[in-house]
Design a protein. Structure first.
Length: 403
């Protein structure tokens, strides 16, 4: 019997990140003779159109806005008298508006669409309204855990252990949860998967190089990801300042979008580039619809997160295009990058360590090629989307059997 699965992507800042692509590969790769997906977003975005083109039912619902109360410009004494009251009122109003009302909405939506399984795409920290609605409907509820978080509040712990499964995208994510006292029997690691056939180069590399002002033979590096402080673009820029002494014509692509909340960080990066006189070495490409076109012109793909990375999907894209990898040694990166075989790791936030790793690979074209080819084989063996789909569908099957 066909099973209806509702998926929800919680992100609301408008940027398209790894969780979106993971969701896309999952729902488009499902066994459609057994599962019928419905994907819910809180903002209209590029992925809505891509999913609809792939024949996936998709809907966008408006997220509730939080209640904000202030006493205005009253005197300190008067303001102090009512501050505690206003805080209680605000918390109560937001609990009602951000949790109870959406729970009721979700309850009826699950019924209208005859949903059999709810699969939440982000974290035990979010989507508690969907978790409660599913519990009230007695519908199996699963969540991905895609973050390395430092705090797991009461609701996260309450709902987390009552879910049918918490899918951690890496062992690093699972170990972090355990380190914070969150260790449930329903936790399982399923690495993000990637279909190498989707890493399609649509624009000839010569065209991309000409567009970006890269000459044939220039050492070309790149980092792919939204411009955010924790992604480590600043570390990369500083390493290029060191590397330029050996490779004066080095080019480094910063491929990714910037949300409104991160404009200040982008400005900081641009100011740093000006101070270091790196304008001819660093290239901002902005958001790119077909990222493989840009990875394809890179000699080395860099992953530079300054905080532990929950996974690092872009590394799989690099492996699909047979690029050697350099990743910050933290989080899940060592699970993906086989040290000295498919790439190298470096000390997070350390430009000198990164520059040394780049130099080691860039100075040996034979090593560069071998690492790229080995990385491709590792992708096919350990991180292909087939493995991800099989493991996820096994979880769905258990819910069907237990229903």
């Amino acid at each position: 019997m066909m099973k209806n699965i509702l998926y929800c992507e919680h992100n609301v800042d408008g940027t398209i990140g790894g969780s979106y692509y993971s969701l896309f590969y999952l729902v488009t790769g499902l066994d459609k003779t057994t599962y019928r997906p419905l994907v819910v977003f809180y903002t209209n975005n590029m992925m809505v159109g891509k999913l609809k083109e792939a024949g996936i039912e998709t809907m966008v619902i408006d997220p509730p806005a939080p209640v904000s109360l202030s006493w205005g410009s009253s005197g300190k004494e008067r303001k102090g008298m009512f501050a505690a009251i206003l805080k209680v009122i605000r918390k109560t109003a937001n609990f009602y508006k951000l949790f109870l009302v959406p729970t009721v909405r979700n309850y009826f939506l699950l019924g209208r669409h005859r949903i059999d399984i709810v699969h939440l795409n982000n974290s035990v920290l979010h989507n508690h309204d969907w978790m409660l609605a599913a519990m009230l409907r007695n519908i199996p509820c699963i969540t991905h855990e895609r973050g390395i978080n430092n705090d797991f509040p009461f609701l996260a712990r309450f709902f987390g252990k009552r879910l049918r499964a918490v899918i951690c995208i890496s062992d690093a994510v699972k170990q972090n949860m355990r380190a914070h006292g969150v260790d449930y029997e329903n936790m399982v690691t399923i690495h993000n998967g990637f279909d190498p056939d989707t890493a399609v180069v649509r624009t000839p590399p010569g065209v991309i190089r000409e567009r970006l002002g890269i000459r044939e033979g220039d050492l070309t590096l790149g980092i792919v990801g939204n411009i955010k402080e924790w992604k480590g673009q600043e570390t990369v820029v500083r390493s290029i300042g060191i590397l330029r002494k050996t490779f004066p014509n080095v080019k480094c692509l910063l491929v990714g979008d910037t949300s409104e909340g991160d404009r200040h960080y982008e400005k900081r990066i641009r100011d740093l580039i000006d101070r270091m006189d790196l304008a001819r070495n660093i290239i901002f490409t902005g958001f790119q619809k077909n990222v493989p076109d840009f990875i394809n012109v890179m000699d080395i793909l860099i992953h530079a997160s300054i905080e532990p990375e929950p996974f690092g999907r872009v590394l799989l894209e690099g492996m699909a295009l047979k690029k050697p990898l350099i990743g910050a040694d933290g989080g899940a990166v060592p699970e993906i990058v086989e040290e000295g075989v498919s790439g190298l790791t470096f000390t997070p936030s350390d430009p000198e360590s990164l520059a040394a790793a780049i130099f080691s690979i860039a100075s040996d074209r034979g090593l560069m090629k071998r690492m790229g080819e080995t990385g491709y084989l590792r992708l096919m063996e350990r991180f292909h989307i087939r493995q991800n789909l099989k493991a996820t569908e096994r979880i769905y099957e258990r819910q069907t059997v237990n229903a």
